[in-house]
Every structure is written in C-alpha cells, then in structure tokens.
Design a protein around this ligand. Structure first.
Ligand code: GLU
Length: 448
C-alpha cells in the first residue's frame, strides 16, 4: 500500500468527521506528516488500524454548566472532557477555561497530550477538558460557583485511576482548589483525582514551576548540542501566566536575560532585562491582583506595546508560552531576522505549520510543545505517584526527577529523529517516539 495515500485518507476522514475544527485538523496533520517512515518499518501498525483508532477519541463528554452570578442571574456555559486515549495509562491532561474553548480546541489539545504524555515515560494516557467560561472580571465567588457546578457533572466521569485532570489556561491553583473541594464533597473520597493541588492538601513541590522550568531545561539541552549555553542570551517570552513566569525565573537563574512578557492586550519590552524583583512584581500582579501586564511598564517605566506580540523584539531565544498559533509565518520571519536561534515552546502548538517550516528551513533549534512543555504534565505524573504512596518528596528530589525526565525526552527525540533519517528534527523525533509507545500498547491490548 502507498503510505502517502493511506495517510491522506486518514486525514480526509478526520476532516469529514470533525468539520469546522481547524486546530484539531492541524494537530493531526502535523503528527501524520511525521509518521511515514515508521509505518514503512512497522506495517503491523497499518494492519491493525492503529491510526484510524488513535484519531478518534475514546469518549467525548459535553455538558451544561449552569451557575448563578453575583447579581443572582443564571448563567450557562458548556463543559467538556475529551478522553482521548487510555492506551498507556489513565486519561491525563488539563482543563482550560477560556471563551474560545470548544470541542475542536480540546480535541487538538487532547490529541497532543497523548504523545506528550507518552514522551514523559510515565504511565499517562491523553485527555483534555474545560469550558467556554471567562474568569476575567469574575469575582472569586463566581469562579467558585462555576467550578462547583462544573465538577458536579465532571465528577461522574473522572477518578484517580481513570481520568486525572489538572490546570491549563484559566485554571490555576484557585480553580483546582474549588474543583477538588467539590469532588471530595460529592464522592466522599480524598484522592489524587486532580493534579496541581496546593501543597498542604496533596500537591507536589515544583508542580507550579514545572512547565516553565521544563521548557528552559529543554532549551539548555538543545543548545548543548551546539556547544552553547543560555548564559547572557536575550530571551523573548510571550504570555505572563504560570508558564511564562517560571520560564523567566529559570532563565534568570541560568544567567539569561528575559526581556518581554505579554497578555491579550499587549506586550511589555524591558531592554534592561526582567530581574528577580521585577518578576516578583509580575507574579503578584497576575496571580494575586489579576491585573494587566501594561502595569509593569507603568511601574518600571519601560516600553508598552498595545496590541502587539513580542516577536519583533530582537533576541537569541524565544519561548512562546501563551496559546496556540500565536506565532505565524510573519512572526517567524521577524524572529529569524532579529537573530533568534532557538524556539522552545511552553504553550501547546503556538507556532503555525508555516512558522515551523521557516524555523526548520533556517536550521535553528526548534523544540515543539509536546516535547518542550512536557515538564508540566510529567510533574503531574510525579504528583500522582506521591499521592498513591501518600508521601511527599522534597523540592530537590522533584526538581531532579523533572530535570532527568526532560533530559530523557530530549535524548529520545534526538535519537529517534536520527534513527528515522531526520537528525536535529525534534518534531519528527517527538512525534515518532511518542506515537510508537502508544501504538505498541494498542497492539498488545487488542482491538479496543
Ligand atoms: N495543561 C498542561 C499541559 O498542557 C498540564 C496537564 C497536566 O498536568 O495534566 O500539558
């Protein structure tokens, strides 16, 4: 059989079955493009229809989330959980609360999560969920009522051994707390059903830091292949949430110079560099006061670019850490013209396929999200292990495990890329390595 035609027929089927879901098509297309050499070597994957099965979520749950706002008015949102693949472990993946959330976005994220989780080497399947809820401008009590209503339904479908959600955009420590409280109340079980919990009720040290730290560790390992380090490198970061903040923290620790943050309103550019004190301001601004990044520029008297992204700021390294498709071909060109030689993705699928193509043509170091940002979910896996054992590891222990996991992911991606004839191509490496483990598990488990 002609593998190219086979892959196109799978893609056609995905588009037909999931009309109007461009992000999901994009995520599937990107993985399928990498798989030709594996399918040639492993015809048993084709014979067992592994791909046909893998692109269809095992289960999709959609539910109404009614809640009462502070004015006493009933509001209705739509909640989702996409349980994509349980081939190598319980469904695992975050919850996103954002007005843009729909089934297509969550299918793209759930699909990516399968390969990312596989790369961590921990036993976690892939899933994703969330709601089209906008926490911007909502009071704490409104967020709590929303979370309680959301969990009232979701609790029927998740469990410590079946599906373990966590945070993502719009879902941080506060939301995980409200969600956990409601799960416990309904099921009467104190169990590791969510990760990203607070330290004094089952959370893991380093979990908040893990995605950002991991993206920087991955950058360190990519740079090492060219005999370079992060010392003195000027770095642009997009976003200003959890991932961006801890990316900056680790960069500062390693002697690099972060110069930007952004939010949906604009970008701050601080040519002098964001240091520890300035980062503490951002953390308080974003996590406690829940304000806008423009206040950084007002406070530190630096540049604010309303409506702009950070991609036209000259830099050595870029850490897209906000959201999907935030770097398009024009942005990629500007980054390359500005001297960027490394992209490590803290967000999920932040670069469009055209942008990725340009990075690869320019032969810069490009770490795709499913490898570079896997540190977050990997540390969620470590939180699950600690919950099962009912004990807590210390900070150094968790960080050392995270470091080791990121190093292994980097090695696995590079060796796999090399083995399949695309040395230095972390996209091919991540997709093939992530896929092979899941495909083998599916073969072992029969037609399910
Ligand atoms: N939302 C994060 C991700 O995209 C973390 C998921 C988790 O910890 O389960 O990988």
């Amino acid at each position: 059989m002609n593998i190219q035609n086979y892959l196109s027929s799978i893609m056609d089927q995905v588009v037909r079955r999931n009309l109007g879901e461009p992000e999901f098509h994009q995520a599937v297309g990107e993985v399928l493009e990498s798989l030709e050499p594996v399918l040639k070597r492993r015809p048993e994957f084709v014979e067992a229809s592994i791909l046909e099965r893998l692109v269809e979520p095992e289960r999709q749950i959609i539910f109404r989330v009614p809640w009462v706002d502070d004015k006493g008015k009933v509001q209705v949102n739509r909640g989702f959980r996409i349980q994509f693949s349980s081939a190598i472990g319980p469904y695992k993946g975050g919850l996103r609360f954002h007005p843009s959330v729909n089934a297509g976005i969550l299918k793209f994220l759930g699909f990516e999560q399968i390969f990312k989780n596989s790369l961590t080497s921990l036993p976690m399947g892939g899933g994703k969920g969330g709601a089209d809820f906008d926490s911007k401008g909502k009071s704490d009590l409104e967020v709590m009522r929303f979370c309680q209503s959301f969990m009232t339904e979701l609790s029927k479908h998740i469990g410590a051994n079946s599906d373990v959600p966590a945070g993502d955009i719009g879902v941080g420590g506060r939301e995980i707390g409200y969600l956990f409280g409601q799960y416990k109340r309904q099921r009467d079980e104190f169990t590791g059903v969510l990760t990203g919990k607070s330290l004094n009720w089952g959370g893991s040290l380093i979990r908040p830091e893990a995605t950002g730290y991991g993206a920087v560790y991955f950058a360190v390992d990519m740079l090492a292949t060219r005999g370079e380090s992060l010392e003195g490198k000027r770095c642009v970061i997009s976003g200003s949430g959890n991932v961006s903040q801890y990316t900056a923290e680790k960069l500062i620790e390693l002697g690099a110079v972060p110069v930007t943050f952004s939010d949906s309103d604009g970008t701050i550019y601080d040519p002098a560099g964001i240091d520890r004190e300035k980062l503490a301001f951002v953390m308080h601004l974003k996590n406690v006061r829940r304000g806008r990044i423009r206040e950084y520029a007002e406070h530190f008297k630096t540049e604010y670019r309303p409506g702009a992204t950070p991609w036209d700021v000259a830099c050595d390294c870029a850490f897209p850490s906000a959201t999907q498709n935030e770097v398009d071909a024009g942005d990629a060109k500007r980054l390359l013209e500005g001297g960027c030689r490394l992209v490590s993705e803290g967000a999920n699928m932040p670069s469009t396929p055209e942008a990725v193509e340009l990075f690869q043509q320019a032969k810069i170091l490009y770490g795709p999200g499913k490898a570079a940002n896997a540190g977050g979910v990997a540390t969620s896996g470590l939180e699950m292990s600690q919950n099962s054992m009912r004990l807590n590891w210390g900070r150094e222990e968790v960080d050392a495990r995270l470091r080791e996991i990121m190093r292994n992911i980097h090695r696995n991606c590079s060796e796999t890329a090399e083995l399949y004839g695309s040395p230095g191509n972390y996209v091919v490496g991540a997709n093939i390595a992530g896929f092979t483990k899941v495909a083998e598990a599916m073969l072992d488990q029969g037609v399910v």
